[in-house]
Design a protein around this ligand. Sequence first.
Ligand SMILES: Cc1ncc(COP(=O)(O)O)c(C=O)c1O
Length: 441
Amino acid sequence: MKNQYELTPEQRVEYSRHLMPCFKLPGGLSLKGGEGIYLEDLDGKKYMDFTSEQFVCLLGFGNREVAEAIYEQALNMPMVAPLHQTDLRLSLYHKLANVAPPHLNRISFTLGGGMAIESAMKIALKNVPGSRNFVTLYGGYHGTTFGTADATFLSARGAEEEIANESFYRFVNHAEHHFVKTQRAYCYRCPFSKEPGKCSLECAQSLKETLQHGVSGPVAGVIIEPIQSGGGQIPLPKEYLQRVRQICDEMGILLIFDEIQTFGRTGKFFAAQYYDVEPDIIAFAKGMGSGMPVGGILIHDRLTGFENLMEDMQTFQNNHLTYAAVMKTLEIMERDHLLENGAEVGAYMTERLLEMQKRFSFIGDVRGPGLAIGVELVKDPITKKPFTEETMKKLFLWCVSQGLFFQSAHNVIKLKPPLIITMDQAKEAMDILERCFQEVV
Ligand SMILES: Cc1ncc(COP(=O)(O)O)c(C=O)c1O
């Protein structure tokens, strides 16, 4: 792979003083490029990227068709102000509405996930008169903008884990909006000490009680990641989401799905389709643009949408380079049956991991669906005491040395490779992980 901007080692050291490090996790690489599902570092070592780069590059790296679509649009009109229409804009919105759940058919774009959640919040506030509160779940992650940081679990654990600067959250917590957090449906560690399939959805009941008694004033929306990612790669059960839908309907509250990480990962375009639960608003971002900055919302056709430019105007939201990339990404996903491929390869990986679980008692839980896989590691399957940060780091560094790159959420390994992954590549990755479990733990 070519490194277009190659520096000398001395320049790399000197120039790095201008960076503000933003991630405390171990193992950031110095990269030269990428191809397919592989990253290549400056020494020419290749890594299977099971993060898809912050869960974005669903088509992997170096997709020529997407690059050409962006290039053609760049030659024509990269920048179009939000007030203008073009055939590309109309075609893309039409296409997106067609692949989304039936009633979610009006769209507004942003430039990223946090901003998309903010757009969703604005729509909810517009549609639930007098409301000024939102309910989110323990472990939920919805962004780091001032509008979303308080919706996120980071605000609750920031000071303790030094992830977030406490002074930010002192500021947001004084803002006029209110986020109330409530228990999630985390079946492996059920907060109500129940077993999956043998409960009465106490988690949904607890959400209802929070809506009824735990919030001062009317609630605009419940914001939920159908599959929590940062909180530990936790798929919320279908029955739970169905019950939450009912509760929101009964109480006149909007259900907002944060699908910023779930787009394309469940074998369907949206997790709402996988779960067969229709939210009022879907916020999307990340994978839809194959690496171009993207975000936005799809809203139910019974809702009042944005009515003038100033309600949610962002200079670059009608970004035609992004639109060209999204158009081409959707086209390739359909043409190459990538949703089906993701579901199939994901099922294989889950099966391998479940098989490993029979031999390695420290694999506490294996969670899908599709290519949104979480492997929760515990010191003891009975007490479920989590693996320490140190052990997780050891596992990670060993896998990286073998050419497998992944991210973890606490004691949960997240396996979220690009949808183009082949069965052979998945097998190789599972073999590495298995050897890692044998040799390192
Ligand atoms: C579920 C979820 N919501 C919201 C966001 C925020 O998106 P962005 O980082 O594009 O603002 C993220 C980002 O990781 C996310 O995973």
